[in-house]
Design a binder for this molecule. Structure first.
Ligand SMILES: *Cc1c(COP(=O)(O)O)cnc(C)c1O
Length: 367
């Protein structure tokens, strides 16, 4: 067998591992911010019927521009958006790759504010783009003056900001987005993968789109929409921005099955999103519970909570896994992230964590 080292790989890929959270067969999975509530039997039946319908034409390529789906997504977003303002792909990960393919690349720079989504450096690497991060504040907010100085210093072609941020849960005030767009020479993408979970009154950067052709807002059906397995992410921007993404996408990138199934999910948006309120409550409850145990907890507008800080976070993570609870070892040193789940899952998590923290060696905090 040939080893990877013997292949003429791009030098920057040597030694790299395929990225992703461990997919372990564990009873309680609170590690990738999925919505734990699956579709109803009624929606499952509609999905099956839609798949049967498109199956008759699977000998043909799908509609390349997914116009009907993009129209449905625009209607879901509101704000007067139409299909022309919306782009869709296999997860917002692919949307973000399209953005970097179109606007970053060799000799160009992507700027983000850490800690943030761990996939961004991978998209930058895969598009041969430079990737630079500047630190967030201690409470994980972005200081406008520091951000403007970062833009002045790096003159980025793409700025990626996540709101609510992953893994911290921090939502970004719109004034910060406006300042970033005004100061940036390139494009600014606000990744709103968790927007539906934000506390009431948290504005969306969608409001800022009119008159700002270098701003884009990305969303996903993977989290609040309970459709992670369907792989559908999307972005809203000026039609010219969308046209740029159409240039770099692979032909027929969205399968006919994906388009049809996503349209069924969107037609049932109210039901698909029905668990969002329950998950916000679960988030707030687990945050309060963790704080009650004397832990540091980041303020979260998403469906997860970052908590810590442990001297040996891996030992805590492993202790939970040994008790059948999988969470995520991610973020700055000492922190762990737990997704909001069902009441049964949250009980399993808190009970397991109490057991783990009873061991003084494992529960030691960072200074
Ligand atoms: C989960 C997540 C996404 C969603 O990715 P998909 O490819 O749409 O599943 C995007 N951005 C952030 C910050 C996320 O945490």
């Amino acid at each position: 067998m040939t080893g990877l080292a013997e292949l003429p790989l791009r030098p920057e890929l040597v030694g790299e591992q395929p990225y992703g959270a461990p997919q372990l067969d564990v009873a309680v999975r609170l590690n990738v911010n999925e919505n734990p509530y699956g579709p109803s039997e009624a929606v499952i039946a509609q999905i099956a019927a839609a798949v049967t319908e498109v199956a008759r034409d699977l000998n043909r390529y799908p509609e390349r521009d997914a116009v009907a789906l993009r129209g449905d997504l625009a209607a879901y977003l509101g704000h007067g958006l139409t299909a022309d303002h919306v782009w869709a792909a296999n997860g917002s990960n692919e949307v973000m790759l399209h953005v970097l393919q179109a606007f970053a690349g060799p000799g160009r720079t992507v700027l983000s504010f850490a800690p943030t989504y761990s996939m961004y450096p991978e998209y930058a690497r895969d598009t041969h783009s430079g990737f630079v991060t500047f630190p967030r504040e201690h409470d994980f907010t972005i200081d406008v003056d520091a951000a403007l100085a970062a833009i002045e210093q790096t003159r980025p072609d793409v700025v990626l900001v996540t709101s609510p941020n992953n893994p911290t849960g921090t939502a970004l005030p719109l004034e910060v987005v406006v300042a970033l767009v005004d100061a940036s020479p390139g494009v600014v993408v606000v990744d709103e993968a968790y927007h539906e979970f934000a506390r009431t009154g948290t504005p969306s950067a969608l409001e800022l789109l009119p008159g700002r052709s270098r701003l884009a807002v990305s969303r996903t059906m993977s989290k609040a929409f309970a459709f992670a397995g369907g792989r559908l992410g999307y972005l809203a921007a000026d039609p010219a921005f969308v046209d740029a993404l159409r240039v770099v996408r692979l032909p027929y990138h969205l399968s006919a099955v994906t388009q049809a199934v996503a349209r069924v999910a969107l037609a049932n948006a109210t039901e698909m999103l029905a668990a969002v309120d329950r998950l916000r409550v679960a988030r707030d409850e687990v945050a309060a519970w963790l704080a009650g145990r004397g832990l540091e907890v980041a303020d979260s507008d998403a469906n997860f909570v970052l908590f810590g800080r442990f001297a040996d976070r891996h030992a805590v993570w492993q202790g939970l896994l040994d008790r059948g609870v999988l969470i995520r070892e991610v973020g700055p040193a000492g922190w762990l992230r737990v997704s909001a789940g069902t009441p049964e899952e949250m009980t399993a998590f808190t009970q397991a964590l109490d057991e783990v923290l009873a061991d003084d060696d494992v529960s030691a905090r960072m200074p």
